[in-house]
Design a protein around this ligand. Structure first.
Ligand SMILES: C[S@@+](CC[C@H](N)C(=O)[O-])C[C@H]1O[C@@H](n2cnc3c(N)ncnc32)[C@H](O)[C@@H]1O
Length: 220
């Protein structure tokens, strides 16, 4: 297990180890939110999440892991569910909290590391991940999936919406193939991948969206 804490609390990463994405980009995630909306920050929920919610895909306490400025979490919360959004980017969280207040939606947004979800001291029946899993490399995926297991019980559902490696217009920064999803979430570590379906992730530069997978994963 890699060590993800122990760096001084006054560093730009607030005491956590920079992720592979941050090491590659040379800046903390928070910087993505400093100069206007980030490419993924489309100002509305992802259609895949709206569709899932309309089909009753969310139940119980809901966690949005890597919630950004909160559009997906706010959509699910607006339907009456209890939603917690977590992110390492304080700027994004501040924007999410402001949206919740302005829109009068009861949703909670707190700073937390997706690798240390157990520190929340809370359990969730549904987890959504829109664009977080695909930013992690292999070791990080292993640690992240273990962290998800620490806040879910048997029967919980995790949805992962990630860039896919299939179809015209692929080329998102982190394309994921089906096998990688099945390797990360497997029966040996307490998960059953029920479906991996083609979907889209909208970005600010592509209203039609880029090819994505929507994985539905059950905790067993
Ligand atoms: C591609 S963005 C997607 C944001 C949001 N889900 C959306 O759809 O707009 C990935 C988000 O994950 C957050 N993130 C990255 N690593 C994280 C970690 N270790 N723990 C919590 N959040 C993280 C980033 O700060 C960023 O807001």
């Amino acid at each position: 297990m890699s060590e993800r804490s122990g760096t001084p609390a006054d560093d730009p990463f607030s005491g956590r180890q920079p992720t592979s994405h941050e090491r590659r980009s040379g800046q903390p995630w928070d910087a993505s939110y400093h100069d206007g909306p980030a490419p993924w920050d489309i100002g509305q929920p992802q259609p895949a999440i709206v569709h899932l919610a309309s089909e009753g895909g969310f139940a119980g306490a809901v966690l949005d892991a890597g919630c950004g400025t909160g559009e997906n979490a706010l959509h699910v919360a607006s339907l009456g569910l209890q939603v917690l959004g977590v992110d390492v980017a304080e700027t994004a969280l501040a924007i999410a909290r402001e949206k919740a207040e302005v829109r009068g939606i009861d949703a909670e947004f707190v700073a937390a590391d997706a690798f240390q979800l157990g520190r929340l001291g809370r359990m969730f029946e549904t987890v959504m991940d829109c664009g977080l899993f695909h930013t992690f490399d292999g070791d990080e995926r292993r640690d992240y999936v273990a962290s998800l297991a620490s806040v879910t019980e048997r029967g919980a559902t995790v949805y992962v919406l990630c860039f896919s490696d299939v179809g015209p217009g692929t080329g998102g920064p982190h394309p994921v193939n089906r096998e990688e999803l099945r390797a990360a979430f497997n029966r040996g570590n307490g998960w059953d991948v029920r479906a991996i379906e083609p979907d889209r992730i909208r970005t600010r530069f592509d209203a039609d969206g880029a090819p994505a997978w929507l994985a539905t994963i059950k905790r067993i």
